[in-house]
Design a protein around this ligand. Sequence first.
Ligand SMILES: Cc1cc2nc3c(=O)[nH]c(=O)nc-3n(C[C@H](O)[C@H](O)[C@H](O)COP(=O)(O)OP(=O)(O)OC[C@H]3O[C@@H](n4cnc5c(N)ncnc54)[C@H](O)[C@@H]3O)c2cc1C
Length: 424
Amino acid sequence: MSKPLSNLWQQTAPNQLQTQALQGSHQADLTIIGGGFTGCSAALHAAQQGASVCLLEANQIGYGGSGRNVGLVNAGLWLPPETIAKQLGEPAATHLTTMLGAAPELVFQLIRQYEIDCEAVRNGTLHCAHTASGLADLQDRYRQLKALGAPVSLLDAEQTAQRTGSRAFQGALHDARAGTIQPLAYCQGLARAAQQLGAQLYEQSPVQQVTRVGNDWRVQTAQGQVLSKALLLATNAYHQTINALPSPESIPVYYFQLATKPLSSKALQSILPNREGCWDTATVMSSFRLDQSGRLLIGAIGSLEHAGKTIHERWAQRKLAELYPELADQTLEFAWCGRIAMTSDHVPKILQLGENAYAVFGYSGRGIGPGTMFGKTLGEFLIGKTDPASLPLQPIAHYHESLRSAKQVYYEMGASLMHLVSAR
Ligand SMILES: Cc1cc2nc3c(=O)[nH]c(=O)nc-3n(C[C@H](O)[C@H](O)[C@H](O)COP(=O)(O)OP(=O)(O)OC[C@H]3O[C@@H](n4cnc5c(N)ncnc54)[C@H](O)[C@@H]3O)c2cc1C
């Protein structure tokens, strides 16, 4: 059944962007390297404030994680709030949790404000318990989130079966702040809105070198350069080496997805009738959701770019049958994967690269809300409209992620082994 990789989001995004590659010399208040959620949100919010902005993207807008992900617009980080508090201490943890709790509202407000056509559905997401211990974990998350006033509810097995159309779960945590989007269309929509506000976007423009020239940063591509007072490096897991600039260090963890043909209207009466996006409590996590045309997308940790591809694809077919026995014979039409920038503590990092120059990375698999929020706040901060207190996290001077290759192999081997032996 192994098939060539093909990303559903690239087929269905109504791309209306027109850009060109950077040529010649330019000046701007802020230069942004990387055209994902982070870079495009930074460009949009800095341009909203009247700043001149230049964004350079090596490939196309949304080429990285932003155009490959599941599209679950979740609140907060993947870690529960008390774990974040243990790692960061107070008040930093509450500040971060509060800002990222508001991130889905920022995403859906931008979609409304700029009329971004991206299959947006805000009916919440369901974190589904695959075992009794998974349910206990959700009960604990529920307690922590309720204490912060989050609009979450705990569903029992019967309610979860009604909402998902699957009898595979012992319960679920519903978060009403969350929703789903077509992620590539959202990213392109942010870029288009930034462009309409005057930001200069350049695709097919890999940055090769960054140097300090007086009080400016000079950012060079093969055929052009930009001079600016401020610089944001938003390249995350898809960073391509830039001379004289440190690379953001994270563990590259792959996640893949496969998508069915559009399901029949009969199947869609019982499968996710409210179109919540779902993921489960398994250590080797998996996700499932519908897109606008009624395709079911199923995803999990693992890469389709190496020998494990067949193992992951076979697992997806078995998983589909386990979740929805009536879909056991469905053909999986699309298959693609992407790199997540994971940090050891699963907390993102803002790294100061020099005066008025920062990198942000390491959303650890939750980057739609965080990328939009970190991009907004860093964009506004770098053009001098806000102070560091407005940032979700305080910048750090150094970050080293040790044993990255070994940790990458650990994640990939673990996922392959799990997928080889089980559909759970
Ligand atoms: C398969 C998958 C599923 C995921 N699912 C979810 C989910 O459901 N919900 C969620 O919230 N998050 C999810 N994530 C995480 C989320 O997608 C990422 O955290 C987010 O996209 C990161 O956005 P970004 O803008 O920081 O980086 P990216 O989107 O990766 O953008 C970085 C860009 O920088 C460009 N670039 C790199 N080097 C250079 C250079 N030298 N010059 C110019 N440009 C350069 C790249 O081409 C790339 O386009 C998922 C990630 C993956 C991979």
